[in-house]
Design a protein around this ligand. Structure first.
Ligand SMILES: O=C1O[C@H](COP(=O)(O)O)[C@@H](O)[C@H](O)[C@H]1O
Length: 269
């Protein structure tokens, strides 16, 4: 995989005037992909992240989505999770449960959260094992180009430092090519112990959406999307390059404020 600068195809850019507009567009996008996956496969495998993303998905539990989405076909996963108890304030599961999952008619057994009672290493192994079972039964598709799961949609946030999931700049987890799920115990952003999908899994998805708002994300968005020189840091978000899937960036004006004009001219939204 070539993650170097100069990669021109950085996906579709959707830059929004307001957060309200972004929330509606994000809900539309998720609902459309859900419809298409349910029609084609009978399931919708959706991968969540933590952080600001969940709040930006809030339109989904309003009309029309609450009635029109086939929630019974949703299977929920996490791109990363903090290794803390499920009722801990740092838990990405708790964030999603409180902010989204408890407000929509999701089938409880379709929610695949991590085992929070074991070490980070064991939690990563357990999570990968449970995903392997769902790939065997094709609840989660399999990639045509490697043995990775092919999730219908992976939703990622963008850290100020350019991290996605719990893949942080210059961390050895970025080099993991064999495991689907790996663990770290030295996250630069607390809490330190986390599990995360690896780049091969993220880049095997049918659809990836990266959602970033606010001026604190502007530099990371520039480094992730624009054609930058070799002197610029190679941030994890730039390594999100779906092999056959579609990549869409959902940005507000502030997060897009450092993008080159050439990219802004090509924007959708
Ligand atoms: O620690 C994390 O941070 C990122 C970004 O969070 P945000 O609040 O800046 O949007 C998030 O995507 C990731 O899932 C989470 O564990």
């Amino acid at each position: 995989m070539d993650f170097s600068g100069g990669h021109k195809n950085r996906g579709e850019l959707r830059i929004h005037e307001s957060l309200d507009e972004l929330r509606t567009d994000l809900a539309d996008h998720i609902a459309e992909l859900s419809d298409a996956s349910v029609k084609e496969r009978g399931y919708f495998s959706i991968v969540l992240s933590g952080g600001s993303l969940i709040g930006l998905m809030g339109k989904l539990f309003e009309a029309p989505y609450i009635k029109t989405v086939d929630w019974s076909k949703w299977y929920i996963f996490w791109a990363d999770e903090r290794v803390v108890a499920k009722n801990h304030a740092d838990s990405n599961y708790k964030l999603a449960k409180d902010g989204l999952l408890s407000k929509v008619p999701i089938v409880h057994s379709h929610v695949h959260s991590i085992n929070d009672s074991v070490s980070a290493e064991d939690a990563a192994d357990d999570y990968e094992f449970s995903i392997r079972q769902l790939v065997k039964t094709r609840v989660v598709s399999v990639s045509e180009i490697n043995d990775c799961p092919k999730f219908d949609l992976i939703l990622l946030g963008l850290g100020q430092d350019g991290h996605v999931a719990s893949l942080f700049p210059n961390h050895s987890a970025l080099n993991e090519r064999e495991e689907w799920v790996t663990f770290i115990t030295d996250s630069p952003k607390p809490p330190p112990e986390r599990i995360t999908f690896t780049l091969p899994v993220i880049n095997s998805a049918s659809n990836v959406a990266v959602v970033a708002t606010g001026d604190s994300k502007a530099e990371a968005a520039h480094l992730a999307i624009d054609v930058v020189g070799p002197e610029c840091p190679l941030i994890p978000a730039r390594m999100v390059q779906p092999a056959t899937g579609k990549l869409v960036w959902f940005l507000d004006k502030l997060a897009a404020s450092k993008l080159e004009d050439s990219n802004l001219n090509n924007k959708v939204g």
